[in-house]
Ligand binder design. Structure first.
Ligand SMILES: [Zn+2]
Ligand SMILES: [Zn+2]
Length: 274
């Protein structure tokens, strides 16, 4: 009985998918025992379906618990997320103008540009933690959407590459948050994503455990890329850019493989010295 019900459900589902708005139902006449196939139009039920879907997906804002419909954050919380008015075009550090900052001029990074949707401050830091350690994957969609808005018109990018996670970290977490965000960005921009282009070959000490000046050394030769990227313009996606040491090392790796240009698309940028 159990298996028959499953088979019927599967058939009904398939039929629904193929024909859109009609549902095939199998009915058995009690007196004759004959089977009838009825095709029921679902048109009158579509409106109810939409309402039911809304009710099922209705949720509370992750930050203030106000009703937020299908959105993970309510409109008010989303509009108040901290961002910068102007920033260094190369490292996305907040600054008074749109010129490159002193740090980039003094020690030129391998990457050519960076864009950050937000400042790494409350509540963005809490939301990123919720994505990485709380498995709130819907946040990857929100972050990608905001980053895509911040980027404006995207020109001169051939390929989106998420910052690789070491296989040990991937096994521990079950997903790479950068890849989840990158996947959404590829969908929004129409630019292809390749998550297998490069690998993280060294399971480095967490950057947060180290003083800023030791972070570049910690990242040395952390990545490997065996593919020929000759002439490609790559956008690297990550959740947080802190000192930029990790992204600088990765950009160096991509450029040694032939990348013509590397830019960073990050959800949040840490203000200097934090
Ligand atoms: Zn809210
Ligand atoms: Zn800079």
């Amino acid at each position: 009985m159990e298996s028959r019900r499953t088979a019927e459900q599967t058939r009904e589902f398939d039929h629904h998918t193929v024909h859109g708005y009609s549902l095939l139902t199998e009915v058995t006449n009690a007196s004759s025992g004959k089977h009838f196939h009825l095709s029921i139009s679902l048109h009158p039920f579509l409106k109810i379906g939409a309402k039911l879907r809304q009710a099922l997906l209705a949720q509370d804002c992750l930050l203030c618990q106000a009703a937020s419909g299908e959105r993970i954050l309510c409109e008010a919380c989303e509009s108040e997320l901290p961002t910068t008015a102007s920033a260094c075009p190369r490292c996305a550090l907040a600054g008074p103008g749109d010129a490159e900052c002193g740090a980039c001029i003094a020690d030129l990074p391998h990457y050519d540009a960076s864009c950050a949707a937000f400042i790494y401050a409350y509540p963005v830091d809490a939301l990123i933690q919720a994505l990485k350690y709380g498995g709130q994957l819907a946040l990857a969609g929100l972050f990608a959407h905001k980053l895509h808005q911040r980027l404006g018109t995207i020109a001169g990018v051939d390929l989106i590459v998420p910052l690789p996670l070491h296989p040990a970290r991937l096994a521990e977490r079950g997903f790479n948050q950068a890849a989840e965000i990158a996947k959404n960005l590829a969908g929004l921009s129409g630019i292809p994503m390749n998550a297998r282009l490069a690998r993280r070959v060294r399971d480095t000490a967490p950057q947060t455990a180290l003083p800023w000046r030791e972070r570049a050394a910690n990242m040395r030769q952390a990545f490997s890329c065996e593919q020929d990227l000759k002439g490609l313009r790559v956008a690297v996606v990550d959740d947080v850019m802190t000192t930029g040491a990790t992204l600088d090392e990765f950009a160096g790796t991509l450029k040694r493989s032939g990348a013509a240009r590397v830019e960073n698309w990050v959800v949040a940028r840490t203000p200097r010295g934090v």
